[in-house]
Design a protein around this ligand. Structure first.
Ligand SMILES: [Zn+2]
Length: 175
């Protein structure tokens, strides 16, 4: 899967992570299906509370208004605009999914109540010199997690004050 990440959203994540300092924050990824296996991130929700330095717990109720607003704004065109997955920060760890993260995501895609057939997890952190480090991982029911190709889209004429390092997750399960 290829995930297009508009630069304005990268800036948004960057400022939220700087504000949260050593606390983990996170939220939902809301996206657009562009074609084949290409998606574009259209919006992210940010939950500033509920995280510690080593853990982030999402409170679904906090995200519902933003989710409703997103569906209203995109005309309830669910085949094109929909929930794409989750993101959270790892201020104190490598920006890669932990075993707990893998379990949580696998639980989401395998839950009949959630009713999705895939979900992406983005893990991000701000590195020592202000660079954003990111990884993207795709989860599907009964499938081994695989890396998502993240492509940052620039604003027209914008310089890149934030540098991005995308970490590739080839496979999370060895052996
Ligand atoms: Zn995590």
């Amino acid at each position: 899967m290829k995930l297009l990440l508009p630069y304005r959203l990268l800036k948004h994540l960057h400022s939220e992570m700087r504000r949260a300092k050593r606390r983990e924050i996170g939220g939902l990824l809301l996206g657009e299906h562009v074609g084949d296996d290409t998606f574009r991130l259209v919006d992210v929700t940010v939950q500033r509370s509920g995280g510690s330095s080593a853990h982030f717990l999402r409170d679904p109720a906090e995200h519902q208004p933003q989710l409703d607003e997103f569906f209203a704004r995109t005309g309830a065109d669910f085949t094109r605009y929909n929930y794409l997955g989750e993101w959270h920060s790892h201020p104190s760890f490598e920006p890669l999914p932990s075993l707990q993260d893998v379990d949580t995501m696998q639980g989401i895609v395998e839950s009949a109540a959630v009713g999705v057939n895939f979900a992406v997890l983005i893990i991000a952190r701000v590195g020592l010199i202000g660079k954003i480090q990111l990884s993207g991982t795709l989860f599907r029911p009964s499938w081994r997690p695989e890396g998502v190709q993240i492509v940052v889209e620039s604003e027209p004429r914008s310089k890149h004050p934030i540098q991005v390092i995308v970490r590739w997750v080839k496979s999370l399960i060895s052996g």
